[in-house]
Design a protein around this ligand. Structure first.
Ligand code: SF4
Ligand code: SF4
Length: 346
């Protein structure tokens, strides 16, 4: 499918045409340096040049509180699966957050499939937006190689001056382009500008740490007994902020919420966190990760080792949210660097 161009002055018109067919969510400003994905009613509210939003777009794929089924035992046993979801478009998703959604896709669409996740996933269209400068000192998208678009979107837009360059990746993406008549075909000149922007970007987005991506597997292979976990855990408050804001964390709890008459109710899924002390308690009261250092280590191993064994990919996108939001100033890049330095010092 041939890529297209949109004059910047027509962007709001395109968004309005999307809003006439879909619910539309996009990054909006919340404070001087804080942004959130919200449903929008005005195209002007969109803030494309945002740093990672407080919560990633995973909240639309895996809501914090989701009804899985409703039951009614008034006349026998009646249980109905429940999916609250309308078709929607998310505009302005950075490549690191698209990478996060791809991690969730592996988990929930692997067997056994999670049909609630699948139903939501199928109703969400993604329009990516290319970062042309680094967000802040917490980001490590250069290290994790998530700074360039590599698929997982329907459309992907890049600022090339007077125009946005739209890469079309799916038929659904083409369908969105068809809703608005302000697009023109990308010509050779626009392709040349895009190429130049990308090659300049590669020089700008360098690795942000003294650790290389290739070193991470051996650092984690060795690092299970490192003293780094005890030292990091001395600061940790076990608040779970780091996992709540992470685009690839997906642990959840399932609970029944009966109504007062006890014959009707619903089964809900809510976010949980491996940083909570109670998370790994099993029947009989045994806790597999009662110590904070064990929970801290587990979080890092769930990003840099276990998913590599299971899916062949890292589950950290380098978005920096965990470090940005940590009340104890625990920094992911520093922790990995300290782990490397502790090599041989167990
Ligand atoms: S946000 Fe920071 S203090 Fe809270 S659990 Fe995570 S690492 Fe610990
Ligand atoms: S571990 Fe931290 S930097 Fe990595 S994806 Fe999660 S929130 Fe982003």
């Amino acid at each position: 499918m041939k890529d297209v161009l949109l004059k910047k002055e027509h962007f709001n018109g395109f968004v309005e045409s999307l809003m006439s067919s879909y619910k539309v969510a996009a990054p909006v400003r919340r404070g001087e340096k804080s942004f959130a994905f919200n449903y929008i009613t005005e195209a002007e509210d969109i803030c494309l040049n945002h740093i990672p939003t407080i919560l990633p777009p995973k909240k639309y794929f895996l809501p914090q509180h989701e009804t899985l089924l409703e039951y009614d035992t008034t006349n026998g046993q009646d249980m109905q699966a429940f999916v609250e979801m309308e078709p929607m478009v998310i505009i302005g998703v950075h490549s690191c957050d698209i990478a996060g959604i791809q991690c969730l896709n592996h988990v929930f669409m692997d067997r056994p499939k999670d049909y609630h996740y699948q139903a939501r996933h199928d109703k969400i269209l993604l329009i990516g937006y290319e970062c042309l400068r680094k967000c802040d000192q917490y980001a490590s998208c250069g290290l994790m190689q998530t700074h360039m678009p590599t698929g997982g979107y329907d459309l992907f837009m890049t600022d090339i001056g007077d125009y946005y360059y739209f890469s079309i990746n799916t038929f659904a993406g083409k369908g969105m382009i068809g809703l608005f008549d302000g697009f023109s075909l990308a010509d050779a000149e626009a392709e040349k500008i895009l190429k130049k922007i990308r090659s300049d970007k590669k020089k700008l987005f360098k690795n942000e740490t003294d650790v290389s991506l290739a070193e991470i597997p051996s650092i984690f292979e060795w690092g299970f007994d490192s003293h780094v976990w005890d030292r990091t855990a001395e600061k940790c408050l076990s608040c779970g902020n780091c996992t709540n804001v992470c685009p690839t964390c997906y642990c959840f709890d399932v609970k029944d919420e009966p109504e007062l008459n006890l014959s009707k109710g619903r089964r809900v899924r809510v976010w949980d966190s491996c940083q909570n002390e109670t998370f790994a308690i099993i029947a009989g009261g045994e806790n597999f990760r009662a110590k904070r250092a064990q929970r801290t280590r587990h979080r890092f191993f769930r990003k840099f080792k276990y998913p590599v064994q299971r899916y062949g990919k890292f589950f950290c996108t380098g978005c920096g949210r965990c470090s940005r939001q940590c009340m104890a100033s625990i920094n992911l890049k520093e922790t990995i660097s300290n782990l490397k330095k502790s090599w041989g010092e167990i």
